[in-house]
Write a protein that binds this ligand. Sequence first.
Ligand code: ATP
Length: 305
Amino acid sequence: MKNSIYFIINPLAGNGRSLRVWKKVKAELELKSIDYRSFLTDYSGHAEILARQIATIQDYHLKTVIGIGGDGTIHEIVNGLSEFNHVQIGFIPAGSGNDFKRGYGHSREDSSIFLRLKRQVKSFDLGQYQTGQMNRSFVNSIGAGFDAYVAKLSNEMEVKKLLNKLRAGSLIYITALLKGLMNYQPSTVTVTVDDTVHVFENVWLAAVSNHPFYGGGMKISPAAKPDDGVLDLIVVHDLSRLKLLLLFGLVFAGKHTRLKEVHTFTGKEIKIAGAAPLMIHADGEYIGETPVTVTLRPKSIKYYT
Ligand SMILES: Nc1ncnc2c1ncn2[C@@H]1O[C@H](COP(=O)(O)OP(=O)(O)OP(=O)(O)O)[C@@H](O)[C@H]1O
């Protein structure tokens, strides 16, 4: 169908919240006779396949794809559409973390899809990462070390469902963080920022961001902007476990960058390598191990804000 709006919904995101949101959106679409088509995801990775298939079949007729789910869903949709720069991407956050919403200026929850579609569409930088044979896009951040370990723990956590049900999504990350803090061993990490090499000892984490937020509202890179043509890197090292815990107290306000153990850089190409392989996450999902190279394609993706 020409000029239809396409919806991709992860029915499991936010422990079913996504499906409830979709029911409301669908009712409004029908009430206002807005032309749409919708697809529910059946398995992990399905949103990416659906987005790519829709764009391939519709070619230049495809104008708008709207995702409903968590950050994992938007990550998949963006990867599916990364070669279709003309498509405008909308997102209705219904997951547990929802950092995409914070980072790209979705300032208020809009229950009306009609109002959402009247919003401005803006071009943003598209983050890219390459590790091993993997060459993909990200929307929020790439992290190596402790934060990837915590992301892995939080995704595997038994209580995730319960906390989601209680609408206490941010607690998932905090619980995993405390568990990770007790077990993670810092190590030597080399970061290369636009050809300048920096070696750090006792590194907890090295994270590259396209906007300030991760982990459900933490301002990990407070100065990052998703449309400034550069990536923001933060390296945290030489901290005791207790001081790292205090750092996470400061990170919600973005005040942690004042600590001498926190180093920030900006660049267009950032490489992270550990003396021993470090776990990596992309947008909060564990994806493998270092080395990883992070770049961006300036203003090459369009989102409704
Ligand atoms: N039908 C499905 N069955 C199982 N997993 C699915 C299905 N559809 C999508 N997924 C996977 O669910 C994972 C989590 O989705 P998503 O991130 O959207 O929600 P969330 O975890 O509730 O939110 P957030 O990431 O913001 O915390 C994604 O990695 C996605 O691939």
